[in-house]
Design a binder for this molecule. Structure first.
Ligand code: HEM
Length: 460
């Protein structure tokens, strides 16, 4: 292990300390550390911090650098030109879903982010909240007392419908929303499979799964093309993401976005915005089911503020405990559990040399379990997020939504969506754990809970 001492001022926090460069243990000939990384990353990655602040990991013949500690991760996040988007996963995602704001390189990022940013401004968030209110109402109206529902599937259904309506809000869009709901889950599953099994020939075989993927992809492309075409012909302000993209102009040339650019941004919104809140909500229901004291406090708050009705935008400030539960579920089970960058030039990280082209890896899941940052890190404790307790944590202690210039564009929206969904459901229903069902986090494209059967019990 080698050590470099540097003084850094990481977003205001000055420190002078030694940064250790380590080597990931358990290397095998030819495979390196690939087996541990792919077989049980949620067990393996948090343990790497014992090896150093920055740890070299061998994946086959290549060396990647895993950033283990808070300041090293912040150094990566706040130097987006040096540690640019890249890596195998991002390259595969680009091939399949296009080159939107979430995957594009630093050179194009500022422009692309400026195009879509207005879609996440406050006035639009107010409208989005009413979509969330209506959709959660529709979802739970279909529940019947005493039935077992798979909470994961229910939450994905909810967030797919919400996201599709944020993209297309017009009256002519109900078919489009239904089509997104039908096709996107198939596409997302196929994209993940192609990311982890990088053998294109295998995915070109005419198997039923490959054919389903291709057909779903074609339907999704077609529905986006139809909507773009319809909106271009009728340019009414519809207060949705597609309208924002059509109005975007390059500040130097005045040029608008092409159909391909718009397609790629809409695919990005689906890829980034559907399964992440669904996963966070599923974990929240699981954790609430395991912690009756948290459930009691939640129900007290929800009953006082909502009195049995679903939540609206104006209710959000009155639901601080619900928001703390959401934040704590996302700390323990961050849906984006693994993030990659690629060194654009020969550089240093934590004071150690890193060659151009090297992959830089870090994991919100591992970082959020760091006992040096979070006392009793494996304990579900929403009160960590009481303002007086949160103030004692390092700035940006959690990276649930990333950080720096590439921080999640949908962070506020996702918090609203999760809080409205959680409070509205708890206002009318309790979800009871099914005895004997054991849940284990599964690291896929997001951190999923797998099936989570819970029994619906009306509260009234
Ligand atoms: C709990 C829910 C969510 C979580 C945990 C989450 C997490 C993240 C993270 C960690 C990143 C940064 C990835 C990186 O640095 O490589 C990111 C980026 C992004 N997210 Fe989210 N996200 C969530 C919800 C959403 C929603 C609802 C939307 C939109 C509807 C959205 C849109 C985006 C976009 C567009 C980016 C790319 C930003 C950029 O590169 O400039 N996210 N998200």
């Amino acid at each position: 292990m080698s050590t470099t001492t540097i003084t850094r001022d990481c977003r205001g926090a000055s420190s002078h300390r030694a940064y250790r460069l380590g080597q990931a243990p358990g290397r095998l000939p030819l495979l390196g550390n690939a087996l541990q990384l792919f077989r049980d990353p949620l067990d393996y990655l948090p343990r790497l911090r014992h090896e150093g602040d920055l740890v070299r990991v061998r994946i086959g013949a290549t060396t990647a650098y895993f950033a283990c500690t808070h300041d090293v991760v912040q150094e990566v996040l706040h130097n987006p030109r040096t540690f640019d988007k890249g890596g195998e996963f991002i390259d595969t995602m680009k091939l399949l879903l296009g080159d939107g704001v979430g995957t594009c390189g630093a050179a194009a990022h500022k422009r692309q982010r400026r195009y879509i940013q207005p879609a996440f401004q406050r006035d639009r968030l107010v409208r989005y909240a009413s979509v969330m209110h209506d959709e959660v109402t529709a979802l739970t109206d279909a529940w019947r007392p005493g039935r077992v529902v798979d909470v994961g599937t229910e939450m994905s259904r909810l967030t797919t419908r919400v996201t599709a309506q944020l993209m297309f809000s017009s009256g002519i869009a109900s078919d489009a929303v239904a089509e997104v709901q039908r096709s996107f889950p198939v596409v997302w599953k196929g994209v993940y499979r192609r990311m982890v099994i990088p053998f294109p020939l295998l995915h070109a075989l005419p198997t039923p799964a490959n054919r389903r993927f291709t057909r779903a992809m074609e339907r999704l492309d077609a529905v986006i093309a139809t909507m773009v075409d319809a909106y271009r012909k009728d340019t009414a302000d519809r207060d949705d993401i597609l309208t924002v993209l059509l109005a975007a102009r390059d500040e130097h040339t005045g040029r608008g976005m092409t159909d391909t650019e718009i397609h790629d941004e809409l695919m990005t919104v689906l890829a980034a915005g559907v399964e992440t809140p669904a996963s966070g909500l599923t974990w929240a229901f699981h954790l609430i089911g395991q912690h009756p004291e948290v459930e009691r406090e939640l129900l007290t708050e929800v009953d006082r503020v909502l009195g049995g009705r679903p939540a609206r935008y104006d209710d959000l400030p009155g639901l601080p405990y619900t928001q703390r539960v959401v934040a704590e579920a996302l700390r323990m089970y961050p849906p984006v559990w693994f993030i990659t960058r690629r060194a654009a030039v020969d550089t240093t990280l934590a004071g150690h040399p890193v060659p151009a082209g090297a992959s830089i890896l870090f994991s919100p899941y591992a970082l959020h379990r760091d006992p040096d940052v979070f006392a009793d890190a494996d304990r579900f404790d929403p009160d960590r997020w009481l303002p007086e307790n949160a103030a004692k944590l390092p700035r940006n202690a959690t990276i649930t939504f990333g950080g720096g210039s590439r921080k999640c564009l949908g962070d506020v929206l996702a918090n609203h969506e999760s809080t409205i969904a959680l409070a509205s459901i708890l206002s009318a229903w309790r979800l009871r754990p099914v005895p004997g069902h054991r849940l284990r986090p599964v690291a896929k494209a997001e951190l999923t809970a797998g099936p989570l059967p819970m029994t619906t019990e009306p509260r009234a």
